[in-house]
Write a protein that binds this ligand. Sequence first.
Ligand code: ADP
Ligand code: MG
Length: 303
Amino acid sequence: MDTVMSLSIYGDSEVSDRIRQRITALDSALDATAADSEIARLNKQKSAAVSEDTARLLDRSLDLCERLEGSFDITVYPAVLAWGFTTGDYAVPDGDTLRRLAAATDYHAVRSQGNTYTLPDDVMVDLGAVAKGYAADVCGELLRDSSAQAAVLSLGGTVLLYGQKPDGSAFRVGVADPDNPAAYFGYLSCRNNGVIATSGGYERYFEQDGTRYIHILDPKTARPVDNGTLSVTVVADSGTDADALSTALFVMGADEAVAYYRAHPDFDFILLTDDGVLSITDGIYDNFTLSDGYDFTVRQIAE
Ligand code: ADP
Ligand code: MG
């Protein structure tokens, strides 16, 4: 998953080995860029039987593609490759190539029968936007089967909060500053189980002729998103949902994200735009604290 994992467990620490093993196995099954992963095999052979976890995540992801109305699409992978985001050999594809890539991006083309998935020749899938969220969900399942009292799993920008800390205090989760990702522009204080996932243009990008191209693509155009969004943090019960939503709301941009939230208010979000406006939904508004030195205009989003 191309990130650092950290896991803190309060109480039963025996479960940590099981968690590490499961997440390591998930990582090697799901990584589209690793030559021998299940997803790489599916993309190459165009038909492959996959493990239970991979099938579960593919099905959940296809369902999310449907629910997220075109802003999230796991078949955007050929475009991700064309822009060079997997290798670092960055290039801006020409207009014809982009039109072809956008036309070939369509999750409806993924077929399945049992655990066997089939793709047309010009289609490839990428679970990169949801792998960490799914790993957080698997970790949550293992924790529920253990006697651990509380735990925090951090996988890059995706954080699972589980249980109640022994001293009764809330968890505090920092939200990375897109201009300086080692710093936090604010903190969320949480008492509930759940997952907090952040998508930011700062995670991976390149610059050419004064334009910044980020690794989150609009499936409709096969181009990097350029709508003024700097970062989106989503809080949801499910990690897979939180991870897909953070990517999708980023693609939608602030206005569409607010409209989507009002139509489906079963999650919360924090969205930062390049005009310095920080939109925060009702459910977490009182749990958020802006760090010293940041003067964003904070906008409360009601359901
Ligand atoms: P990160 O990997 O930094 O946590 P995201 O969760 O937002 O960031 O996922 C971005 C990755 O997902 C990209 O590197 C790319 O592989 C893939 N991707 C990019 N745009 C989309 C999209 N609109 N829908 C689905 N997957 C995407
Ligand atoms: Mg994501």
